[in-house]
Design a protein around this ligand. Sequence first.
Ligand SMILES: NC(=O)c1ccc[n+]([C@@H]2O[C@H](COP(=O)([O-])OP(=O)(O)OC[C@H]3O[C@@H](n4cnc5c(N)ncnc54)[C@H](O)[C@@H]3O)[C@@H](O)[C@H]2O)c1
Length: 343
Amino acid sequence: MEKLRVAVIGCGSIAQYRHLPEYKGNQHVEIVAVCDINEARANETAEKYGAQAYTSYEELLTNVQVDIVSVCTPNYLHAPVSIAALNAGNHVLCEKPMATSNDEAKAMIEAAKNNEKKLMIAHNQRFVASHKKARQLIENGELGKIYSFRTAFGHGGPEGWSIDGKDSWFFEKEKAFVGAMGDLGVHKSDLLRYILGEEIVEVGAFVETNAKDFSNVDDNAVCVLKTETGIIGTLAASWGYSKEDNSTIIYGGKGVMRLEDNPTYSMVIQYANGEVAKYELGKIQSNDEGGQNTSFVIDHFVESVLQDQEPLVTGEEGMKSLQVILAALQSSETKQIVKISEL
Ligand SMILES: NC(=O)c1ccc[n+]([C@@H]2O[C@H](COP(=O)([O-])OP(=O)(O)OC[C@H]3O[C@@H](n4cnc5c(N)ncnc54)[C@H](O)[C@@H]3O)[C@@H](O)[C@H]2O)c1
């Protein structure tokens, strides 16, 4: 069988750590082109992967015929690059946060539909072993009725991650649009929707900039969320945590489930009857050492294209997870609780 042809647009950290090596490791695809506005970076990456180098994504999309495009650019380019790639007849795997507004997200979904191409948003938290098991157990009623949750994603900030360090676009509002809430918060809104199997309908939030004095985006947020059946809980996203926290706690009538809250046991369930179940399911990916060494996102998307199946995180899913973040930003600005249906 002929291999699917892949182009990766944006050759920064997420491309270097995940997309490029995971495409390379997938026997069904070949990387044929890469693009970065930083010419040296584009050339170096192209050489490493035996691909053609471009500094303009428009040129790449006009000049090379591919099947799959990964969009690994700063946030403000997700919608324009994805739409251009879909209109050029490619399937698109776009990084999170999907877009910078509801309208952009809708336009991406529309472009996928009009061109009959697949669009997936790279919400990798759904592919973490403990999170997958949590969804199953909750669905099976293992925790009884769910009343509340607490989820957090925080670390010291993207200056230790982005290929451009402290000079990164992550700290510029015009390019990032949203800070820790878009970097980390949206992972958790997506995760909550996934493991609870419910939509979030109302949001209240404090979204602050108080951790990085050189940046003009939010870097420390706490949100209160309510789901459609009335489950309430908190979501925190921060670049002000000196030690990474990527944990989620679900409180049910029959027990409390702790996810990624223990260095050895990625799931611990403390039952109301006193029993404790500990599961060693493999570690979550982390900026710290020792996380799982694949995101599963790339393989899943390739499989979706090959099998002509909808990917787990469609454009619609990405948009719903983004809406929670948009509602939080609005709530923090207006000091009001925001209904997602009224966004
Ligand atoms: N799924 C995850 O867990 C995860 C983790 C980190 C980052 N991300 C997302 O991935 C995206 C990229 O983040 P990153 O960490 O790789 O950032 P980065 O700063 O390391 O890299 C971004 C790259 O994009 C390039 N770029 C900028 N403008 C461009 C343009 N017009 N055309 C082509 N390339 C351009 C930059 O030169 C840079 O090389 C962001 O949206 C981020 O939110 C996702």
